[in-house]
Design a protein around this ligand. Sequence first.
Ligand SMILES: *[C@@H]1O[C@H](CO)[C@@H](O)[C@H](O)[C@H]1NC(C)=O
Ligand SMILES: *[C@@H]1O[C@H](CO)[C@@H](O)[C@H](O)[C@H]1NC(C)=O
Ligand SMILES: *[C@@H]1O[C@H](CO)[C@@H](O)[C@H](O)[C@H]1NC(C)=O
Ligand SMILES: *[C@@H]1O[C@H](CO)[C@@H](O)[C@H](O)[C@H]1NC(C)=O
Ligand SMILES: *[C@@H]1O[C@H](CO)[C@@H](O)[C@H](O)[C@H]1NC(C)=O
Ligand SMILES: *[C@@H]1O[C@H](CO)[C@@H](O)[C@H](O)[C@H]1NC(C)=O
Ligand SMILES: *[C@@H]1O[C@H](CO)[C@@H](O)[C@H](O)[C@H]1NC(C)=O
Ligand SMILES: *[C@@H]1O[C@H](CO)[C@@H](O)[C@H](O)[C@H]1NC(C)=O
Length: 256
Amino acid sequence: MLSGSSSGLWLLFLCALGCVIAEEDKKVISTIGSTAELTCIYPQEKKFILNKLRVFWQIADGSKLCSVVHTFNSGHENQSEQCADFRNRTRLFQDKLENGIFSLLLLNVSLRDEHTYRCIVQKKDVVFRVIHNADVTLKVAANNSLPVLSEPTGNCPDIGEKVTLSCNYSQGYPEPNIYWINRTDNSSLHPSSLKIIQDNDGTYSVFSTLKIEPNSDIKVGCIIENELLQQNLTVLCKLLNIWQITGVCVCLHVYL
Ligand SMILES: *[C@@H]1O[C@H](CO)[C@@H](O)[C@H](O)[C@H]1NC(C)=O
Ligand SMILES: *[C@@H]1O[C@H](CO)[C@@H](O)[C@H](O)[C@H]1NC(C)=O
Ligand SMILES: *[C@@H]1O[C@H](CO)[C@@H](O)[C@H](O)[C@H]1NC(C)=O
Ligand SMILES: *[C@@H]1O[C@H](CO)[C@@H](O)[C@H](O)[C@H]1NC(C)=O
Ligand SMILES: *[C@@H]1O[C@H](CO)[C@@H](O)[C@H](O)[C@H]1NC(C)=O
Ligand SMILES: *[C@@H]1O[C@H](CO)[C@@H](O)[C@H](O)[C@H]1NC(C)=O
Ligand SMILES: *[C@@H]1O[C@H](CO)[C@@H](O)[C@H](O)[C@H]1NC(C)=O
Ligand SMILES: *[C@@H]1O[C@H](CO)[C@@H](O)[C@H](O)[C@H]1NC(C)=O
């Protein structure tokens, strides 16, 4: 591939001028569909002169054949070598470049964007030299849906009988954890079934059921945990027999 081989040439060229060990290694967490800001800041006392500046954003982990993410060369963007994946999705802060802010905005993030990115800044005195080099690792999470609890099936509130609740969650990333809890004392409840599948788009879906004896006014919670986002999505079901008909129970849903 043309873009692959020429980006390799760029790397060689940069090393010929002296490789700079990455000084920073940051982690950025972004959700699918949102805009990620990959930080690269190198302030100087004097303002940078744009036509003596080059900013290269590349994929640094070697995981892709094509590694060119964004190129700014001597006052102009030049995306002729940019990987097709990134077309129209990258922006520099044009009016902040002279102040040493070389951060990149990556629009409409998807799971395929999980890479380590490298920002390489060159300044021209006599020739262009690398003055700054920073790595940023992008972690992508998905949390676009809420867990869904079904209406209970089974006899309710007959003593000794159990009702079944099911909790479904779709399109989470990375693989979520699921917990069922007794919300009265926050003790954990053991699911009677649990299935986690990875869909074609890489996201995870969860299907779980719980059988409980509805012998009192009971509140049950289904919690979906995204460890990367440090986020718990909780749906509660307060089992009610609103029609006072033996055997018929409904769920009063509350999201937290
Ligand atoms: C953009 O870069 C390519 C090769 O890297 C070069 O051939 C082309 O002339 C450049 N375009 C502009 C407008 O500088
Ligand atoms: C990028 O944007 C240009 C101009 O808006 C458009 O013509 C082109 O089709 C877009 N390319 C992609 C890959 O979305
Ligand atoms: C965002 O990217 C997805 C594919 O990853 C695409 O289907 C969708 O149309 C894009 N949305 C926008 C607003 O460009
Ligand atoms: C997903 O996470 C983001 C960032 O933490 C948050 O702003 C958003 O509300 C969450 N989405 C849902 C459906 O909870
Ligand atoms: C959850 O998924 C199972 C299996 O696909 C389905 O039978 C059930 O109706 C779903 N429940 C809800 C509340 O969507
Ligand atoms: C929920 O907790 C309350 C208080 O500890 C307890 O009385 C009740 O039996 C528990 N329900 C279930 C289904 O474990
Ligand atoms: C259960 O957990 C919720 C949320 O973490 C909290 O607000 C509530 O006070 C807890 N209840 C008990 C009985 O510990
Ligand atoms: C989510 O809830 C589970 C179960 O109650 C708990 O162990 C975990 O620490 C919670 N995680 C976060 C990020 O609040």
